[in-house]
Design a protein around this ligand. Structure first.
Ligand code: NAP
Length: 328
């Protein structure tokens, strides 16, 4: 078991093992910074719950999300990055040292890259919490879609995630309702074309979820309302997938690193890879609400690692491999 004795001050710690954290780990490891990646509640991040990624350069035939992050992790390990399974619940600093309280132990470091990503948002509709997790309400079609073979399901949202979830669900489900609060989709043109042409999908426009209905054990339907006509409708279905965007995973650092009103980390004005706190660097969706794409997360991960390397050199800090500490 790792202890604070092992995790010494001069380690570069990367919080998060999604696309941003793994790219930061590749760059940091190649720069001999011996990064330790704390891989969080969802190792591999959001990409592990997506299906085919068609817009990541270098993969003309697309690549599965899980496979992409698995390759990144192997690449980081090849250059010497170390990984630990833990989840950071709180962060504090004393002088120049940052203390990261995980569920297993407390980590100390002078340099930290925060790449904690974002998690799916829920709507707070009546019945949503009651039936969440195995009872019919889900935020992940890749994880739960196969449970709905031959059934009717609904997806809430009009962005790329909602469209992707809906298209994926048509592999298993008899019918997929896409319920969107407006009369046009936010999703990209190519995704929009694919969903409009899919005969298994029925888009219900200008409508919002009012209530998830169930029999106490499982979802049996939805009460939705047309926001233009105010007419309510009961939709019979066995599952509902909520895909209405994401919230940044930043709560562990509240009070230490500035965050905006939506919870995104605020970068330094002159360099988006740096937080205003010396020694803390930012990468990926936790500090970027505008361009939440895998390739951008990867790019910002590389940028944060380069910034960390420059800072460590400037601060005359020398990182030491984790195995040297294990020997001490
Ligand atoms: P998003 O683009 O922010 O879309 C969220 C959707 O949920 C919007 O259609 C929004 O409606 C709707 N929504 C938000 N709050 C709602 C509420 N309270 N009630 C009902 N509907 C609500 O989020 P996302 O789809 O998760 O995508 C996030 C980022 O990841 C985007 O940049 C996206 O392009 C990217 N992404 C890319 C891919 C891909 O390229 N394959 C796949 C997935 C995600 P409005 O449209 O009315 O605001």
């Amino acid at each position: 078991m790792l202890t604070t004795k092992i995790i010494e001050k001069k380690m570069l710690i990367i919080i998060g093992s999604g696309c941003a954290g793994l790219t930061a780990a590749i760059y940091a490891a190649r720069a001999a910074l011996y990064p330790l990646v704390i891989d969080g509640n969802q190792p591999g991040g959001q990409l592990t719950t997506t299906t085919d990624i068609e817009n990541f350069p270098g993969f003309p035939d697309g690549i599965g999300g899980y496979e992409l992050v698995d390759r990144m992790r192997k690449q980081a390990e090849r250059f010497g990055a170390a990984f630990v399974s833990d989840h950071i619940r709180a962060m504090r600093n004393e002088g120049e040292v940052f203390y990261l309280d995980g569920t297993r132990t407390t980590y100390e470091s002078k340099a930290v890259i925060i790449a904690t990503g974002a998690s799916p948002r829920l709507l707070g509709a009546s019945g949503e919490a009651e039936y969440f997790g195995g009872k019919g309400v889900s935020t992940c079609a890749t994880c739960d879609g196969a449970f709905y073979r031959g059934k009717d399901v609904a997806v809430i949202g009009g962005g790329d995630s909602a469209v992707e979830e809906a298209i994926f669900l048509t592999r298993f489900c008899q019918k997929v309702y896409l319920i969107h609060r407006r009369d046009s989709l936010r999703a990209s043109a190519s995704m929009t074309r694919r969903i409009v042409e899919n005969p298994k999908v029925q888009i219900i426009w200008n409508s919002v979820l009012e209530e998830v209905l169930g029999n106490g054990l499982r979802v049996t339907g939805l009460r939705i309302c047309n926001v233009k006509t105010n007419i309510e409708q009961i939709l019979s279905c066995s599952g509902v997938f909520i895909a209405v965007g994401h919230k940044p995973n930043s709560s562990f650092a509240i009070g230490v690193i500035p965050i905006d009103s939506h919870g995104y980390f605020i970068p330094r004005a002159d360099d988006a890879s740096c937080s205003p706190m010396d020694g803390v660097f930012l990468a990926g969706d936790c500090s970027n609400s505008l361009y939440q794409q895998a390739i951008i997360a990867a790019g910002t991960g590389a940028r944060a690692a380069i910034a960390a390397e420059r800072w460590l050199v400037g601060a005359a800090e020398k990182c030491v491999p984790i195995r040297e500490y294990l020997q001490n």
